[in-house]
Design a protein around this ligand. Structure first.
Ligand SMILES: NC(=O)c1ccc[n+]([C@@H]2O[C@H](COP(=O)([O-])OP(=O)(O)OC[C@H]3O[C@@H](n4cnc5c(N)ncnc54)[C@H](O)[C@@H]3O)[C@@H](O)[C@H]2O)c1
Length: 269
């Protein structure tokens, strides 16, 4: 029987591209999202590719929604092989003193606890069958810690920390864990950006537009993880290079990061 995958935030951007990539490879694909219109659009696209797909209105801030997906997938397909915790928001950006605690809590609830809930609900199924994969979508922000994005960066660094912990915790059970850290790429993510001025939104939109790779390119690289078994995937070439430089030439990286921060502060304040 073909393998089974569940993608959170499957109604748009990377989640959509992942769902379609796995469906094209013959997987049985289930998607969840809070945006019902987009969920329906992707559900229709999946139906054109496979007779076996499922879609769920599923908010990752509600554990009961994820438990519902688990029981429906178990009923329909006997469980799942891969869970992709992809749903996320851009949330609040700006200077630390301007970010409200409410904005921090929203980001943590969706970007961190949403992934925690996905792991908590689906890992027991994978443990029972002693096989499977957990793929968590973080961001290069977790590695590069850019200025004016403290809440988003903390949320994604938490996803990376959680993934590294689970990588070892779940290995005795035959479960692979992967963490994906993309740089900017063009999606609908800016719709969820909460910023104190238009400048930040413009900046994010511009860098997204300039991305050398698309959601589909990243989905392809994620799909290849089943062969490579790499833990960390940094899909953008430039971010891979910066990540190496940060570790090998920390003083150089620090100087560049401070210069970039100076420019951003001048432009955005
Ligand atoms: N686009 C980028 O530049 C970029 C860069 C690095 C990391 N990421 C990460 O990639 C992931 C996918 O984002 P994207 O860029 O495709 O954005 P997107 O906005 O196009 O897609 C995200 C999807 O998640 C859904 N979603 C949001 N909150 C949800 C919740 N609580 N429960 C269920 N679904 C929810 C949205 O409705 C949307 O359909 C996110 O985790 C994001 O942080 C994106």
């Amino acid at each position: 029987m073909s393998k089974r995958v569940f993608v959170t935030g499957g109604g748009s951007g990377l989640g959509r591209a992942l769902a379609l990539r796995y469906a094209k490879a013959g997987y049985r694909v289930a998607i969840g999202d809070i945006n019902e219109a987009r969920l329906q659009e992707v559900s229709d696209e999946l139906a054109a590719l496979t007779s076996e797909s499922l879609s769920f209105k599923c908010d990752t801030t509600r554990i009961s929604d994820l438990e519902n997906v688990r029981s429906k997938m178990t009923e329909a397909w006997g469980g799942l092989d891969i869970v992709i915790n992809n749903a996320g928001i851009a949330g609040a950006s700006g200077f630390i003193e301007d970010l409200s605690l409410k904005s921090w809590q929203t980001l943590i609830d969706v970007n961190v606890l949403g992934v925690v809930r996905g792991c908590k609900v689906f890992v027991p199924l994978l443990k029972d069958q002693r096989s499977g994969s957990v793929i968590n979508i973080a961001s290069s922000a977790a590695l590069m810690t850019p200025p004016l994005m403290s809440a988003y960066t903390v949320s994604k660094a938490s996803v990376l920390g959680l993934s590294e912990t689970l990588r070892y915790e779940l290995s005795p059970f035959g479960i692979d864990v992967h963490c994906v850290c993309p740089g900017y790429f063009k999606t609908n993510l800016t719709e969820s950006l909460e910023s104190n001025g238009a400048a930040m939104a413009d900046f994010v939109t511009r860098v997204m537009e300039r991305s050398p790779i698309t959601s589909e390119d990243i989905a392809e690289q994620v799909f290849q993880l089943q062969e490579s078994k790499d833990f960390l995937l940094i899909p953008h070439q430039n971010e891979r290079k910066l990540w190496r430089l940060k570790r090998w030439l920390p003083k150089w990286f620090e100087k560049k990061a401070k210069q970039t921060a100076q420019l951003m502060v001048e432009k955005l304040s």
